[in-house]
Design a protein around this ligand. Structure first.
Ligand SMILES: [Zn+2]
Ligand SMILES: [Zn+2]
Length: 568
């Protein structure tokens, strides 16, 4: 009798381990497979009654899983979805009927459509490329339990920092694209050599920490000031309270976008996949919806923290009017670190207090808030006079063909201030001159991509392509090539790979064997040691020699193999 049919016959005896705090279902199954040293396919069949892909965020077949494990594991399908998946995070701001439909899909057999229906499709917000983990959490787990696991809180989109240790998370070697039929155990994949998901210099850790905390509050269902019913209405109300309402309570969206951009910064928003590009950016659509849209929870998180910043400490700092401040002009070398002293405090109609300030560099502006990461750096509300150094920088940017909105976003300034300055310093650029500039830029862009491919060049610089498509469509269609590269490898290519990789695997297996300190040699360990990617495992049908090496070398134990805590 094969192991598979044996396990199917014993389905009622499948006994999954007790989940650790905040563990994801995927991790529980991965630990189970690793503890009992089983093959993933028969286990999948025994757990779900059929073959089903190893999903991390929204696993399917939960109804079958609950029915088959209830006597040993004691969890209903609803409990599994709410406690062991990312479903509650995504369902927080969904209409109840839609959330129920998604839950039914996860309980049923066909769950591939859940991603799109729940608002998690990759078109909206970038998902992490790899499963993430915290180094300190891992070390604590190993000393407590002898193993570690994948936590839900570390798999939330936009959560880049561990809220317990305030540490930047690390990339493991497992990419969600490797999922297929395999389950990767955290103990084997969360290694010393993993790299941080971002370098500390790239972001403001306090901001990332705030985003991680709020994401977890959504996941765990903590009460928030933002009700699920009509949440967009409460954002609009908050925007009006923060002073973004103009006549007849119409919101000024460009000002909100500029302030939002200044608050988070371009690099952080790009990192999260939430940048505001073009006129029809997501923030505009979210605050002025023309039709009901499902918004990714990360966007709710960013918007909530932004509006809350008006009501908390960053505004209170303005009470200290006698203090001196840092100058927000980055294009001038200031001799003193805090050259600005405000000279006028005003209370606006909406009750917000604003300060007028001037700097020896020539800047004269008003501000009502300060940067969250640096409480002595003002965020500019409007500019009265530009410093000559700032105006010179703006001239350079205009000369390189950048639009005013783009400049406003890069300089983190209100659009109206940029419009005012541009009209002061610049003669109107002739259409022909502008066209020539754009053409030159496009040709340079084409020269940088393989075979001067137009599609690749467009992907590299979407804004430029769109401008030329409006100004100069005929010329644009004659440039570059349109040939696309064929995807996939030929049989010969696979053969060459197979030989090279099999040798690497042999060498890696020898090395692991000789080291003597490793535990049982697993497929994952061997692949990683040979410096190959884990997706190799899903391509083994093209790699017969590698398959053979794995079959021969995996499962061997070295002499002093320490036994691992088995918690079942
Ligand atoms: Zn941690
Ligand atoms: Zn200055």
């Amino acid at each position: 009798m094969s192991a598979e049919s044996y396990l199917q016959g014993l389905a009622m005896f499948v006994q999954l381990p007790v989940p650790y705090h905040d563990e994801v279902l995927y991790s529980v199954i991965a630990r189970y497979i690793s503890h009992l040293e089983l093959q993933p396919c028969p286990v999948t069949r025994a757990l779900f009654g059929r073959m089903i892909k190893a999903q991390i965020r929204f696993p399917g077949g939960l109804g079958a899983l609950a029915a088959r494990t209830y006597f040993s594991w004691g969890r209903t399908a609803n409990e599994i979805a709410n406690d062991l998946t990312l479903f509650p995070y995504f369902a927080r701001y969904l209409e109840p009927e839609r959330a129920d439909r998604c839950l039914e899909l996860m309980k049923g057999d066909c769950c591939t459509v859940v991603h799109a229906r729940i608002g998690a499709s990759s078109r909206t917000v970038d998902s992490p490329r790899n499963l993430l983990f915290c180094e300190q959490c891992r070390d604590e787990d190993i000393s407590l339990y002898g193993e570690t696991y994948w936590r839900r809180a570390h798999l939330l989109p936009g959560a880049l920092v561990c809220t317990k240790h305030e540490q930047v998370l690390l990339n493991s070697s497992v990419s969600p694209r490797d999922r297929a039929w395999l389950y990767f155990d955290a103990t084997a994949c969360a290694q010393e050599s993993c790299t941080p998901v971002i370098s500390k210099a790239d972001i403001d850790t306090s901001m990332a920490l705030a985003v991680s905390r709020r994401s977890q509050e959504l996941l765990y269902g903590f009460p928030l000031d933002w009700p699920a019913a009509n949440v967009i209405g409460s954002y609009r109300l908050a925007a009006a309270r923060c002073g973004f309402a103009r006549r007849l309570r119409v919101l000024s969206l460009p000002d909100i976008a500029a302030a939002f951009h200044a608050f988070y910064g371009e690099s952080y928003l790009t990192l999260l996949g939430c940048q505001l590009s073009g006129n029809g950016h997501w923030l505009r659509k979210m605050l002025e919806p023309s039709r009901p849209v499902i918004w990714h929870p990360l966007r709710h998180v960013l918007l909530q923290l932004f509006f809350e910043s008006y009501a908390n400490g960053s505004v209170l700092a303005l009470e200290r009017t006698s203090e001196s401040w840092r100058c927000p002009n980055p294009y001038f070398q200031h001799e003193q670190p805090f050259p600005i002293t405000p000279y006028l405090l005003k209370t606006r109609k909406n009750g917000l207090r604003a300060l007028s300030a001037r700097c020896p560099c020539g800047m004269r502006f008003t501000f009502s808030r300060v940067c969250i990461s640096d409480p002595r750096l003002p965020i500019i509300d409007s500019v009265r006079d530009f410093a000559p150094s700032w105006a010179a920088k703006l001239k350079d940017m205009r000369a390189s063909g950048l639009g005013r909105r783009k400049i406003a976003s890069q300089m983190r300034l209100p659009y109206a201030s940029i419009v005012k300055l541009v009209s002061e310093i610049e003669p109107i650029v002739e259409l022909e001159q502008r066209r020539a500039l754009l053409r030159a830029e496009w040709l340079e862009c084409l020269s940088k991509v393989p075979e001067a491919n137009r599609r690749l060049a467009r992907l590299a610089n979407k804004g430029l392509y769109e401008k030329l498509a409006t100004l100069d469509p005929d010329w644009l269609s004659m440039t570059g090539t349109t040939r696309t590269k064929l995807r996939g490898l030929s049989t010969e290519d696979w053969g060459i790979r197979d030989n090279q990789w099999a040798e690497r695997l042999e060498k890696a297996a020898d090395k692991l064997w000789q080291l003597g300190s490793v535990q049982r040699i697993t497929r994952t360990k061997l692949i990683l040691e040979a410096d190959l990617k884990l997706w190799t495992l899903s391509k083994l049908k093209h790699l017969p020699r590698c398959r053979l090496v794995l079959a021969n070398r995996v499962g061997k134990c070295s002499r002093n193999f320490p036994s691992r805590a088995r918690i079942i």
